[in-house]
Design a protein around this ligand. Structure first.
Ligand code: FEO
Length: 663
């Protein structure tokens, strides 16, 4: 039975999903399946954009026939003739013999060699910029050699701004009914597989991808229709930004990948200890055992992280076979611009470290952190310091909290007025961050521009905040500038609880993901900045994160909220208790009537007894209470005195940020 979905009114997805494929291209595991996309345009003439793999041919042919609804098929555009998109071409031509193939010369030559067309086939050959008019639509062609094969081209529907992008912007994973990327949480649930797809399929061809991105930047893009994975109709920039980073071989995250090969667990033990030491120094770390994870995962993780540590046992006087395979695969994919470190093991002649280092000699712009750590059989206690030294050296090149340099002159103390700080003016902001799958955010009043060339901002975050730890480890944050329209609930959501035990974004939909993959609040926010930390300054209770602005967007012109405005207009005022009133309490059901006198004909609204069943309770004087209210988050502490070292349990501000309130 057919299974199609409309992409737009006259464009229909007619592809299929394969969840039984063990190895895509015979080498990449696809545990969540893969989709083969094909799109049918129903204009005055009908145009099919690519076909599918044989694995889904049955549903594909049913889809095409159903979507055509009895019409003829006029054109078949072949963007990419690799068999996962063209293997059904021959049979399609048998079913629709009048259809004209639209392709470039290189593609046609390859088609003939694969046996997908006969020598008598007469295609419509196109070059860069050629046009195909289908009635209401005008299709132009954009050559994209080596993204992923040399014959690849993309088709651009000028009328609708739709780019049929061939393999580019695809992902592994079956669609599961979701045709559009905005129907899933792509950055959370699919980015890993999208990265594995990109890095392994076209990672080697960064310059060619860059050339296509430059062409795409000149197009008025509304939608991207790739041959695998989701159609993009919203937030196209999010995914484009990933492609920018990947194709430029820039790491997405400042963090450490430790890939290790261990026969009896001793190399693994040394790698684990190094990971622990790095984490203790604030670094983001992930580990891969190359004996159980495919090389494609090593390649994807290496494109993600800035620092790569390879730990391998020596085997037959060489690098351990699975590590050797993974490294050669990684290097074949053109990895560059990374910081490297190595750890080797060998019971009698350790050589794997030197050999691993030699393999990377061909890669561009690699920084190697020495010395190489050598383990003989198992790590000995006197070698722990070598791992400390390596962890220090790696951490020193990551943007994580570092101690401030010693002052050049002794401070000269004068009198200090604790209320002086209240005279500083502040704005209020939601700072968001993300580590792994965890999104988090908090309220801060300290976000400022600190430089204009380059454009840099800084935020100060209390070390006790969970957000602090995530930023310290990932080096990424967004600042969402709150407006005077912000309600108190927004401050409560992000300021009055900890992300350690709550999901700050649960049930909150006024968000979008910025190109760095982090959430940004879009409600009562006039501007969003994305920051990439370049320096972290330890300021005592807080860390100052200085960051390059990697993205910014103005959402509205509503004035930014100031700290003073928040207190005057947003934060609810503590309500002093009014004098207690005289009450009449029903002796039968407990209902309370307030007032000095009760009417003679009064009847209890609950039990229907009359005035005679009520007893009068005289008003009591209200006991005077003293509270200390946190000016930052509104938390209330009851008591005559607030201890000097008191810290707000919600927002972690100290005594100086509390004001005394008497009731
Ligand atoms: Fe999806 Fe390059 O084939």
């Amino acid at each position: 039975m057919h299974c199609t979905r409309h992409v737009s009114e006259d464009l229909i997805w007619v592809g299929g999903n394969d969840r039984r494929l063990a190895m895509f291209e015979g080498v990449y595991s696809v545990p969540d399946g893969v989709s083969y996309n094909s799109y049918l345009l129903l204009d005055d003439t009908t145009v099919l954009f690519d076909t599918v793999d044989r694995a889904v041919d049955r549903v594909f042919f049913e889809n095409v026939a159903y979507a055509l609804g009895g019409r003829s098929l006029d054109y078949i555009v072949v963007s990419h003739m690799e068999p996962d998109h063209s293997a059904t071409l021959r049979e399609l031509l048998l079913r629709y013999p009048d259809a004209v193939i639209v392709c470039n010369q290189k593609s046609f030559d390859m088609m003939k060699r694969f046996g997908y067309v006969d020598s008598g086939c007469d295609p419509y050959l196109v070059k860069e910029g050629d046009l195909l008019r289908t009635g209401h639509h005008e299709i132009t062609f954009v050559m994209a050699p080596m993204v992923h094969w040399p014959e690849v081209m993309m088709s651009y529907d000028v009328t609708t701004g739709t780019l049929f992008s061939a393999d580019a912007f695809g992902t592994f994973g079956a669609l599961n009914g979701n045709l559009f990327a905005d129907e899933v949480d792509f950055m959370r649930d699919y980015l890993n597989e999208a990265r594995r797809y990109y890095t392994n399929i076209v990672g080697k061809y960064g310059p060619q991808v860059q050339a296509v991105l430059k062409k795409a930047a000149k197009l008025d893009l509304n939608m991207i229709c790739p041959l695998h994975g989701f159609v993009w109709r919203r937030n196209l920039g999010d995914y484009m930004e990933k492609y920018q980073k990947w194709s430029l071989y820039e790491p997405e995250e400042q963090g450490v990948l430790i890939a290790y090969a261990s026969v009896y667990g001793n190399t693994e033990n040394a790698a684990e200890i190094l990971a622990t030491k790095l984490r203790e120094r604030g670094a983001v770390v992930t580990m891969i055992d190359v004996s159980v994870k495919p090389a494609s995962e090593v390649v994807a993780a290496a494109f993600r992280y800035s620092h790569l540590v390879f730990a391998s046992t020596t085997y037959n006087a060489e690098i351990f076979v699975r590590m050797d395979e993974a490294l050669r695969d990684l290097i074949a994919h053109n990895i560059q611009n990374r910081t490297l470190a190595f750890l080797e093991n060998g019971s009698w002649a350790p050589t794997s470290g030197k050999k691993m280092k030699e393999l990377f000699a061909a890669c561009k712009n690699m920084t190697v952190i020495d010395p190489l750590v050598t383990v003989k059989s198992a790590l000995s206690s006197d070698q722990l310091s070598a791992l400390d030294t390596l962890a220090d050296a790696i951490a020193s090149t990551l943007p994580i909290a570092k101690p401030a340099p010693a002052s050049v002159a002794a401070p000269v103390a004068g009198a200090t007025d604790p209320t002086a700080l209240f005279q500083l003016s502040y704005g209020l902001f939601v700072v968001t961050t993300r580590e792994g799958e965890k999104d988090n955010g908090c309220i801060t009043n300290t976000a400022i521009q600190v430089a204009s060339n380059p454009n840099r901002i800084a935020i100060s975050v209390n070390k006790q905040n969970y957000t602090h730890d995530l930023i310290a480890r990932t080096g990424m944050f967004n600042v969402c500038v709150l407006t005077e329209n912000a309600g108190f609930d927004l401050f409560k959501r992000f300021g009055f609880s900890s992300g350690r035990d709550t999901e700050k974004f649960a049930g909150f939909n006024a968000v979008r993901r910025t190109a760095n993959g982090l959430l940004a609040v879009t409600e009562s926010v006039n501007t969003i900045f994305s920051g990439h930390v370049v320096e972290a300054v330890d300021c005592g209770s807080h860390t100052l994160f200085v960051a390059d602005i990697t993205e910014s967007e103005v959402l509205s012109k509503v004035p930014s909220v100031t700290y003073a405005y928040y207190f005057a207009h947003i934060k609810p005022k503590p309500q002093p208790k009014t004098e207690e009133k005289t009450k009449w309490v029903c002796k039968v059901c407990g209902y309370e009537y307030e007032g000095d006198e009760m009417p003679d004909d009064y009847t209890c609204p609950l039990c229907k007894h009359g005035k005679e069943d009520f007893e009068k309770v005289e008003a009591q004087p209200v006991k005077k209470t003293v509270k200390w209210v946190c000016k930052v988050c509104g938390y209330e502490y009851e008591g005559e005195q607030l201890p000097d070292d008191y810290t707000c349990p919600l927002c972690k501000h100290g005594k100086e940020d509390f004001e005394r309130v008497e009731n």
